[in-house]
Design a protein around this ligand. Structure first.
Ligand code: ATP
Ligand SMILES: Nc1nc2c(ncn2[C@@H]2O[C@H](COP(=O)(O)O)[C@@H](O)[C@H]2O)c(=O)[nH]1
Length: 204
């Protein structure tokens, strides 16, 4: 019997490349999904809500979760902790949902190696570093030093695009969204195709 359940779609890319914007744009077109809400020690931005954008916790609370083995993966990203809780992911996979992660390059490697499910990954970037910097500035959610740090980290992160199944260069939102919808659909099909036991069982 195949152990594979659900379908996993991981999105990574430098801060400001447009991961959240793209996801919001495509949700209506990709059917039944579960978005993995991460836990973080970062301060909430204006407009962000606890339990919707992230679970915002203190460093002590985060470290307790690490101690209790509550995370599928966690990492230090741009000087804050971010982590994926294991329980809701397992539940969504059992329910055969398309499970979507917005996690960094460290998280991508960990999830790929830990879960016995088919993983499809997409690296998202902008046409240039200048465009990334402009988007972070016009988003107007972070201090100058935070943006500088994220731009510096982007130069390192972008090197990891080769580890991903797909690359989307988010130039126009319209084109990038179409590409992401196609990848989400392929991810579902690919997962079903690998679940050969359940397909053939109706013949036996
Ligand atoms: N194709 C696009 N064209 C122009 N602006 C865009 C495009 N995609 C996203 N943006 C804008 O760029 C900014 C950054 O996007 P977003 O917050 O979605 O990035 P992100 O990758 O989720 O960042 P982070 O990793 O920091 O959460 C936002 O202000 C968003 O409106
Ligand atoms: N390894 C993980 N990375 C995560 C997780 N949740 C979010 N992230 C990544 O952090 C950065 C910064 O996010 P921001 O909201 O502060 O701008 C971004 O690249 C996310 O992809 C996680 O659970 N694990």
């Amino acid at each position: 019997m195949s152990e594979k359940k659900g379908a996993i779609l991981i999105l990574s890319g430098p801060s400001g490349c447009g991961k959240s914007t793209l996801l919001k744009e495509v949700y209506k077109d990709i059917g039944d999904y579960y978005f993995s809400i991460s836990t973080t020690t970062r301060e909430p931005r204006v407009g962000e809500e606890n339990g919707i954008d992230y679970f915002f916790v203190t460093k002590e609370e985060f470290e307790k979760d690490i101690e209790d083995n509550n995370f599928l993966e966690y990492a230090l990203v741009h000087d804050n902790y971010y982590g994926t809780s294991l329980k809701p992911i397992n539940k969504a996979l059992e329910e055969k949902k398309l499970v979507i992660f917005d996690i960094d390059v460290q998280g991508h490697e960990l999830v790929r190696n830990k879960l016995d499910s088919i993983v499809t990954s997409v690296f998202i970037t902008t046409p240039s570093l200048k465009v990334l910097e402009d988007r972070l500035n016009s988003r107007n959610t972070d201090e100058k030093e935070v943006i500088e740090n994220r731009v510096k980290n982007a130069k390192v992160e972008v090197e990891y695009f080769r580890d991903y199944d797909y690359l989307i260069i988010n130039d126009t939102l319209e084109e990038a969204s179409k590409q992401l919808v196609s990848i989400a659909n392929i991810t579902r099909i690919k997962t079903k195709l690998f679940d050969k036991d359940s397909i053939i069982s109706s013949w036996l």
